[in-house]
Design a protein around this ligand. Structure first.
Ligand code: GLY
Length: 359
């Protein structure tokens, strides 16, 4: 088992990464936390495959578990669903020393974390992410939220988990497209911080897509390591953490313009990364090869880079994002593979120029 420590003084925690880890969640957790009332939150799909494994692992170690399942899907990530989860917290008589365990993808992790952060002003919680996207990104770093009709993740907080358990074997039951969109975030880590990881993907993408265990463990661990380091330096996104949003500025706008129906998050981020690279070229910060290497990896994932969206619609939506600071757009722009800069100086003129060109 690989353990990555994320050092955040009183909020520090371990990320455990291995195969076959789901059945060991209880055995590992009991070394850190006295058995207690535990609400295991999952969704109806994940419950069928992994609910019992995790529940039994916790029960074997004397945790008093109640399992509650929400319906799957991003549209469930609402305050209404959170209310039903608070009811489950009351029904199972959780107190401030109890535990909430999130078993599932990003939706389950985000809403469970939000409930944990707010029920009785905070209950300890643990993440057991089962999608690649959640394993390399959303389960780590403490961003928890629900959606509002006026924007995704607009109601939320920073609330760190007590531990994260990543079982690479869960990726074998993940739909292929979910693996692909998770890989977009892994490519992102390569671009922002790690040229070696990027090269590894260029060389071993086939192995990763074939679910080669060694390749999966390597990319997951490397991604978590990068995210852990960034979050350690800037937990609340005052500055550096923004680099994790590479590709997300335009990506979020594309998702929003299409009402979150046409693109998965990762698909939109892939397009956003190529536009960001295009902006960096326009501004003389980088060269064409940096864009082409990303385009080539994304194409090999089978993702389309066509949007057919009007530049003015994307630009208008960009300004509604929560990353807009004092009316200025913040972009993460690549300098070379493995290095990005944070820029508040992308003009509308540059934006229109880049967004008007075919990708
Ligand atoms: N997904 C970006 C962050 O956690 O900051």
């Amino acid at each position: 088992m690989k353990t990555i420590r994320i050092n955040l003084s009183a909020n520090s925690y371990n990320i455990y990464i291995d195969r076959g880890l789901l059945e060991k969640v209880g055995d590992t957790l009991v070394k850190e936390k006295t058995p207690c009332k535990t609400l295991l939150i999952t969704d109806k799909n994940i419950e069928k495959v992994y609910g019992n494994i995790v529940s039994e692992s916790l029960q074997r170690n004397k945790f008093d578990v109640r399992l509650v399942s929400i319906k799957p899907g991003e549209e469930q990530k609402t305050l209404e669903t959170a209310l039903t989860l608070y009811d489950a917290c009351f029904d199972h008589k959780l107190d401030r020393n109890s535990l909430i365990v999130a078993l599932g993808g990003g939706v389950v992790g985000d809403i469970s974390g939000f409930v944990a952060a707010t029920f009785m002003r905070g209950v300890p919680f643990v993440q057991v992410p089962t999608s690649l996207l959640a394993q390399v990104d959303s389960s780590i770093g403490g961003k928890v939220a629900v959606n509002h009709t006026r924007g995704k993740n607009m109601i939320g907080s920073f609330y760190q988990p007590k531990a994260v358990f990543i079982d690479a074997d869960t990726l074998s039951t993940l739909p292929a497209i979910e693996l692909v969109v998770g890989l977009v975030e892994v490519i992102k880590y390569g671009v922002i911080k790690d040229a070696e990881l990027f090269e590894y993907l260029e060389k071993h993408l086939y192995d990763v897509l074939q679910l080669d265990r060694e390749a999966l463990l390597k990319i997951i661990a490397t991604s978590c390591q990068i995210k852990a380091k960034v979050v350690e330096e800037d937990e609340k996104e005052k500055h550096l953490r923004a680099i994790l949003n590479y590709g997300h500025t335009i990506g979020h706008a594309i998702e929003a313009v299409t009402n979150y129906k046409k693109y998965r998050h990762g698909e939109a981020v892939a397009i956003g990364m190529i536009y960001a690279a295009g902006i960096a070229i326009e501004m003389g910060l980088t060269n064409n090869a940096v864009l082409e290497r990303q385009r080539s990896l994304i194409k090999r994932l089978g993702l389309s880079l066509k949007t057919g969206l009007k530049p003015e619609n994307i630009v208008k939506t960009l300004y509604a994002d929560k990353k807009v600071i004092a009316g200025r757009l913040r972009f993460i722009l690549p300098v070379k593979i493995g290095e990005v800069v944070i820029s508040d100086h992308v003009t509308e003129e540059i934006l229109y120029r880049v967004l008007s060109k075919p990708l």
